[in-house]
Design a protein around this ligand. Sequence first.
Ligand code: BGC
Length: 443
Amino acid sequence: MFKFASLLALVSLVPAVVNAAQPLYAQCGGIGWTGDTTCVSGATCTKLNDYYSQCLPGSSTPPTTTTTPTTTPTTTNTGGPTGTPAAGNPYTGYQIYLTPYYADEVQTAAGLITDATQKAKALKVAQIPTFTWFDVIAKVPTLGTYLADASAKGKASGQKYLVQIVVYDLPDRDCAALASNGEFSIANDGLNKYKGYIDQLVAQIKQYPDVRVVAVIEPDSLANLVTNLNVAKCANAQSAYKAGVTYAMQQLNSVGVYMYLDAGHAGWLGWPANLSPAAQLFIQLYKDAGSPQFVRGLATNVANYNALSASSPDPITQGNPNYDEIHYINALAPSLTSGGFPAHFIVDQGRSGVQNIRQQWGDWCNVNGAGFGTRPTLSTGSSLIDAIVWVKPGGECDGTSNTSSPRYDAHCGLSDAMPNAPEAGTWFQAYFAALVKNANPAL
Ligand code: BGC
């Protein structure tokens, strides 16, 4: 609900703007909302949760049936969306699509930065490919608009396009924390609702066989099952998480989505005692799902701050030999391979530009001093790593620091977390400005 709060506070000084319909992606409703509830032409005010409705492209009604593909699958596209996956790195030869959602957030944010040098740097972020999170079912129809756009751009330019998404809507989501608790609950038929969410993603993807889709599957979920079964909500969620991730793998496989299951990070599953249980869980689920061919491997460091390769261990890593992502990946890969799981990785470096900024390795919420990190690249320095990517859209919040919010998590109130933080996933202007300023390499 706080996404454009600061912008709206400014525009409220200008009555002519306040009375206009809300622009694409702006807030248009929710508990406490007093602004306009209509959207510009081509967008519909869509309820994402009780606190936040947003102007999203097109109709707010999610598709209930699979529509007829507008494009006929080609038989010459050997790496195409159905059938057999392309050999090797799925990123090779593809142009990564820049999602308008994030570009729009960044452009709006840059507009609020007064310093001309910082503003110019901020605007560059809009050109850096970042994953788009489908964190509520209401956002799924927008995937169709991105795929259609990527398809059109591909046809116009002769290049092949790839869209990066995060599948993130498991029931009882974020079971060991509070900040990102989701919309579905296991007690209220959440697993079936989750399957409906996956079906809707599949229905969209199926229509654009010329566009390649790469997905990170359910950040934190399986890692929580490795280390947090002592938390009642995680123990209770275990079977639903497994069933949900299995369903996601199978259905997304059927439309040729290249998948990386989320594997936490070095400071979580990278502890020596956690490596083998983690590998066993990934192997088991993958096999139970029928070894889906489009599962390419694992994603690490999603929304975290670890370096891919640290010049020296951060003192908070407390003697873990796997003190950065490359050590973690090198340590995990052999057991995956021996269990028949494809040991390929993508690594989030979006907010890893500055190291040694945390008080504890487990601090994950809006960590002060962070900067944008290594740009997305296929030059990873490791044959195990397909790509360095930006998964967490830098500037979107990790969690609220408002202690009275139902989604307040104490990590977001720690002294190394930036204060005055809005709800998870909504725009955090001060944090974005800091990421720009601290970017390494500089923007
Ligand atoms: C939030 C999601 C958001 C994602 C990316 C998560 O922490 O819970 O709502 O989409 O971050 O910003």
